[in-house]
Design a protein around this ligand. Structure first.
Ligand SMILES: Nc1ncnc2c1ncn2[C@@H]1O[C@H](COP(=O)(O)OP(=O)(O)OP(=O)(O)O)[C@@H](O)[C@H]1O
Ligand SMILES: [Mg+2]
Length: 290
């Protein structure tokens, strides 16, 4: 459990005092994909939106600026609620305008498209666009094909994506395909804890930490990507446990058969047999590092 007090850093007038993590993330978010992840209420959205507002003030030349999120309601509340709040944005709040449900907004005087991702047709809404910058609210709630299509839109030199999210399952595509491949995909991320929000009442923080247990504690307080409780093999990690070649087995313990009439195991085709069987055995002791 975290007990450290938030560290604070001086910031420009008009904006709130920021924690060190918030200030660092704003200053360092110059990668192609910039991801704020971690605990609930930890200050991710505020930091990412201060960064996004400054980005909108001076965007790369050419291309649209886009705000995306699951629904118009969540975007209205999570993004524009903060951008238009003078307590957070100071005088800059008056330069942002948005009507709930509208497809366009103004941020720091710049026109911005608002595109939501809550249905199967969402990805098609992005096709054909050229984007200079994209803000993604709650990345784990966005369909993967929408996110993939959004990245392809960032063809303007210097264009960037800014994403916030709480953690999900370790198997989530956002973690496996992007967070764990940060160097390959030019992603920079910051993991936030409750102590990184300088505005939270310590009593509320202590109550939240004491109240959440199990999966909720690990995901939303510790900010870890972990499996839902009740998962039968919650230690299963497919980066460690899925192999192309089995090690030599010294003992076979069982071979199970997935009996079914829809996807029968013992079909005539050889690949049907390969896909459906489960074999459990003991291999020789693992060598160090393997
Ligand atoms: N530096 C700050 N100064 C003042 N208030 C802040 C600051 N950072 C965050 N807050 C406030 O703390 C609350 C939580 O912050 P924020 O919404 O950024 O957290 P979050 O990590 O995005 O949370 P969630 O995971 O629930 O979306 C908000 O009410 C926000 O206005
Ligand atoms: Mg948030």
């Amino acid at each position: 459990m975290h007990t450290a007090m938030p560290q604070t850093a001086p910031v420009r007038s008009g904006l709130p005092s920021l924690s060190l993590k918030q200030a660092q993330s704003i200053g360092q978010s110059t990668a192609k994909i910039n991801l704020w992840e971690g605990a609930v209420r930890s200050g991710k959205t505020v930091a990412s939106l201060i960064r996004w507002a400054t980005y909108c003030a001076d965007p790369p030349v050419g291309g649209s600026l886009v705000v995306t999120g699951k629904t118009f309601d969540t975007v209205y509340r999570n993004v524009f609620g903060v951008l238009t709040d003078p307590a957070i944005m100071g005088d800059l709040a008056g330069l942002t305008a948005y009507t709930r449900g509208a497809p366009t907004a103004t941020i720091i005087g710049k026109p911005v498209e608002v595109i939501t991702a809550n249905d199967a047709k969402a990805e098609a809404r992005l096709r054909g666009m050229t984007c200079g910058g994209i803000y993604v609210d709650e990345g784990t709630l966005i369909p993967e094909d929408f996110f993939t299509q959004a990245l392809a839109r960032l063809s303007v030199p210097g264009s960037k994506m800014f994403v916030t999210t709480n953690p999900g399952s370790p198997a989530h595509w956002l973690r496996k395909k992007y967070l764990l491949r940060a160097a390959e995909v030019s992603l920079r991320s910051w993991k936030f804890s409750l102590d990184d929000n300088p505005a939270l009442d310590p009593e509320y923080v202590a109550w939240l930490k004491a109240t959440y247990v199990g999966l909720w504690y690990r995901r939303f307080i510790l900010g870890d990507w972990c499996f839902a409780e009740g998962a039968v093999y919650d230690m299963f990690d497919d980066t460690r446990h899925v192999v192309d070649i089995l090690p030599p087995m010294s003992d076979w313990l069982c071979v199970s058969v997935d009996y079914g009439t829809t996807n029968p195991l013992h079909g005539r085709r050889r690949h049907a047999v390969r896909r459906r069987g489960v074999a459990v055995g003991l291999a020789a002791a693992r060598q160090a590092g393997r």
